[in-house]
Design a protein around this ligand. Structure first.
Ligand SMILES: O=C(O)[C@@H](CO)OP(=O)(O)O
Length: 301
C-alpha cells in the first residue's frame, strides 16, 4: 500500500512552496497579465492542466548505466527530445514548473519551454539561503508577469538506485540474472541493494506532489513537472490509481510529455499531445481550446 502523508485541507488555501530542506517559502503567484496577452490561469478555477515529462536521454541512459540520484546531463539526443517535447506542449498553458534537483530534469524543462508559444521565461527559484532568495528577486511587476516560477525539489529526484548506481544494466542482468534485475527495476516493494524501492520513492515523491503541487492545481494553476522514470511512475500510480501489480508494466519513454486535466479534485489522463496542431488535444476542455485561440490571436496581432 502507498503510505502517503495526510494532507490538511487548510493548506489548500495557500500558495505554499516547500522545497529542499525544511525551508518553506510563501510564494506570491504570478497573476494573469492584464495587457491583452492570454491569461494562463484562471484565478477561480477548478480545472487545470498537469503536464508530466520524463527528462530526455541522459549520458548514462546512452551508456545503459543505472543512474538513480547521480547528476548526469542530457545527451545531444536528449536535448533534441526536450525541444521536441516543448513543441508538443507549446499550446498548453504553464503557470508553474516543478523539477527535481537533478540537471537532466532541469535541462529538459528549460529546453521544452524555449518552444512554448507564450514565450514566458522560466525562472528557477533559489531558496538554499536567505541571501540566495534575496539576491534573485525581480523588481518589476510587469517582468514578473512574464515569468514562470520553477521550483526544484529533491523529493522529485529519481529513485536512489543504491549499489547499482554506475553499473551497466546488461552486465548486472548477466551477473544476477534477468529476473532479479527486473524485480529491482520494476517491482513495487523490492529495493535494489541499499537503494529505494518504488514504494520508498513514492513516500517522498507522492507526498511532495500532494502537499505542494495539488494545492496549485486546486487554485487553477497549470503545472508542468519534469522528473524521472521512477519518481514519475510513483506519481502516475497515484494519479491513475494503479495497483502494485499494474505499476510493474508501466514504462515511461524519455522526453514524452503526458497531459492530465485536473477537474473537480480528480485527474483525467489525456495522453501525449502529438503535435502543436493536434486539434483533439485542445478540444479536451473548453479552457484549453480558448487558451490556444488566445495564443493564435496574440501571435497574429
Ligand atoms: O537508471 C535509472 O536511474 C533508471 C532510469 O533511467 O533506470 P530504470 O529504467 O532501471 O528504472
Amino acid at each position: 500500500m502507498l503510505r502517503i502523508q495526510t494532507y490538511r485541507s487548510k493548506k489548500r488555501r495557500f500558495c505554499v512552496i516547500q522545497s529542499s530542506g525544511s525551508q518553506t517559502t510563501v510564494f506570491n503567484p504570478i497573476l494573469s497579465p492584464s495587457n491583452g496577452k492570454p491569461s494562463d490561469s484562471k484565478k477561480k478555477s477548478n480545472e487545470a492542466a498537469l503536464i508530466l515529462i520524463r527528462h530526455g536521454e541522459s549520458m548514462w541512459n546512452e551508456k545503459n548505466l543505472f543512474t538513480g540520484c547521480v547528476d548526469v546531463p542530457l545527451t545531444k539526443k536528449g536535448v533534441d527530445e526536450a525541444i521536441e517535447a516543448g513543441k508538443r506542449i507549446s499550446n498548453i498553458p504553464v503557470d508553474m514548473i516543478y523539477t527535481s534537483s537533478l540537471i537532466r530534469a532541469q535541462m529538459t524543462a528549460m529546453l521544452a519551454m524555449t518552444e512554448h508559444r507564450r514565450k514566458k521565461v522560466p525562472i528557477i527559484l533559489h531558496d538554499e539561503s536567505e541571501r540566495a532568495r534575496a539576491w534573485s528577486q525581480i523588481f518589476s511587476e510587469e517582468t514578473k508577469k512574464q515569468c514562470i516560477p520553477v521550483v526544484t525539489a529533491w523529493q522529485l529526484n529519481e529513485r536512489m538506485y543504491g549499489e547499482l548506481q554506475g553499473l551497466n544494466k546488461q552486465e548486472t542482468a548477466e551477473r544476477y540474472g534477468k529476473e532479479q534485475v527486473h524485480e529491482w527495476r520494476r517491482s513495487y516493494d523490492v529495493p535494489p541493494p541499499n537503494g529505494e524501492s518504488l514504494e520508498m520513492c513514492a513516500q517522498r515523491a507522492v507526498a511532495y506532489f500532494r502537499e505542494n503541487i495539488e494545492p496549485q492545481l486546486l487554485l487553477g494553476k497549470n503545472v508542468m513537472i519534469a522528473a524521472h522514470g521512477n519518481s514519475l511512475r510513483s506519481i502516475i500510480m497515484y494519479l491513475d490509481k494503479l495497483t502494485s501489480q499494474e505499476v510493474i508494466s508501466l514504462e515511461l519513454s524519455t522526453g514524452i510529455p503526458m497531459l492530465y486535466i485536473f477537474q473537480e479534485g480528480g485527474f483525467i489522463r489525456r495522453g501525449s499531445p502529438v503535435a502543436p496542431t493536434e486539434a483533439s488535444v485542445y478540444a479536451y476542455t473548453k479552457g484549453l481550446a480558448q487558451y490556444r485561440q488566445r495564443l493564435d490571436d496574440m501571435l497574429q496581432s
